[in-house]
Design a protein around this ligand. Structure first.
Ligand SMILES: [Zn+2]
Length: 430
């Protein structure tokens, strides 16, 4: 299939934008990107989808979320993190049924597919349900199983039981073309050194990635200093758990010594501007992280603390918050925000074939409709994608060459069933 559009934003090393371009897909991969006239002349008679006044971009990567928490979207807002968790989240989570958790994951995936997201990094419990929903939705992703030090917990009466489930999931989903797993200890304040080391060993044993919440608030740093005698990042580094397969969510309160460790170990930081603003956690030092050579991806965080799973909206917030927090209007420019959602997102999910549209890369992309008044004129298509778009301009989402959404229709998920599930989740959350 050949897709033609007014603009193709490749996100290659030179950040090339091809005007009047074509993207040729062979199977699950991109085979050619170039001027439409040339690509079409080389392949006469091939099927063509003409998108016209639209911009094709690499699929956005939501590098930190908790997709089943869509069930609690809007159930409790405007509270401090720990009060919200203890009063609103944990009591509901104790009542999860696998069928409903899967329905909640499906709801988030329907929103992601709608708004141009093609890959995600999730962290939650009972993750066989998220694997199944993601497989059904057709998305690419890393499915992280949450571990805390308290047992019984959802998914395991004891650590052995939980780790047994993780081993079973690793065996069941090994070799999937799009989905991989992660062992995801929740945070330094919900684990202990032994749990963190055991999680690292388990990730190495089953060949999964490793991810955790890190340095989200100044309180987390102060508590870690008091309890463990070090800031969260040096503490985790002293346990030997930070490696090149590690993605760290938030990284709001990081100092220069923390940055040096992240760079040295090859970790990826994941910025969550909406969640950090909503919970008044602070602003991650995006430019300082990038300047230190640490990739910074972008995530929505869960739909109960955002409250959307819309990565176009998140790029906009990342660019604006970067300026407000630094007092520098040149900080986190539109191109940087797009890089975070694409190229650095590929780093966060540790998939070198994601994040740009070049021959041999995944055919993962979306297409913003530029015909609306809010998207005109097009002086700079990256500017319009970051500063003007809402996500709802998207008219096509493709993963591995398969169309998942097109012009108002969900092609992998049954949207009627997804919305019926949402009504059931409303009853469950009461
Ligand atoms: Zn989170």
């Amino acid at each position: 299939m050949i897709y033609t559009a007014g603009w193709i934003v490749t996100q290659d090393a030179a950040r090339s934008v091809v005007e009047n371009g074509a993207l040729r897909v062979e199977g699950a991969l991109v085979s050619e990107v170039g001027p439409a006239a040339e690509v079409l002349a080389r392949h006469p008679g091939e099927p063509v989808r003409e998108l016209g006044e639209a911009a094709i971009l690499p699929g956005l990567v939501d590098a930190h979320t908790h997709v089943p928490m869509s069930a609690m979207r809007g159930a409790a807002d405007d509270k401090a993190l720990f009060a919200w968790l203890n009063e609103d989240v944990f009591p509901r989570e104790a009542r999860w049924e696998p069928r409903l958790l899967r329905a909640a994951a499906r709801l988030s995936f329907a929103e992601m597919v709608r708004t141009g997201c093609t890959a995600f990094y999730d962290m939650y419990m009972l993750q066989e349900n998220v694997f199944a929903a993601a497989d059904e939705a057709g998305l690419r992703g890393v499915v992280g199983e949450n571990v805390v030090r308290f047992f019984p917990q959802l998914g395991g009466a004891t650590r052995d039981a939980l780790f047994g489930r993780i081993r079973d999931n690793a065996a069941a989903w090994r070799g999937h073309p799009r989905l991989r797993g992660a062992v995801a200890p929740h945070a330094v304040y919900t684990t202990d050194p032994d749990t963190l080391r055991a999680c690292r060993d388990l990730a190495d044993e089953v060949g999964w990635q490793f991810g955790m919440h890190m340095s989200e608030t100044r309180k987390e740093t102060a508590d870690c200093l008091a309890e463990r005698g070090a800031r969260p990042i040096p503490y985790c580094d002293s346990l030997g758990i930070l490696r090149g397969d590690t993605s760290l969510f938030h990284c709001v309160d990081v100092d220069d010594a923390d940055l040096a460790i992240l760079r040295e170990r090859g970790c990826v930081a994941v910025h969550n501007p909406a969640s950090n603003m909503k919970l008044a956690s602070g602003a991650a030092p995006v430019e300082r992280l990038l300047g230190a050579g640490v990739p910074v991806a972008l995530g929505t965080d869960g739909p109960a603390s955002n409250n959307a799973q819309d990565m176009v909206r998140e790029m906009w917030l990342a660019a604006l918050l970067g300026k407000l927090a630094s007092g520098d209007p040149t900080a986190v420019c539109a191109q940087t925000a797009l890089d975070m959602a694409t190229r650095h997102g590929a780093s966060a999910i540790h998939d070198p074939l994601a994040g740009s549209l070049e021959p041999g890369k995944h055919a993962d992309f979306f297409a913003l409709d530029l015909r609306g008044p809010g998207m005109q004129p097009v002086h700079n298509v990256v500017s319009n994608a970051v500063y003007a778009a809402t996500g709802l301009e998207n008219r096509l989402t493709v993963v591995d060459g398969r169309e998942l959404y097109r012009d108002g229709e969900w092609l992998s998920l049954d949207i009627g069933e997804v919305l019926a599930g949402a009504r059931e989740l409303r009853e469950w959350a009461r």
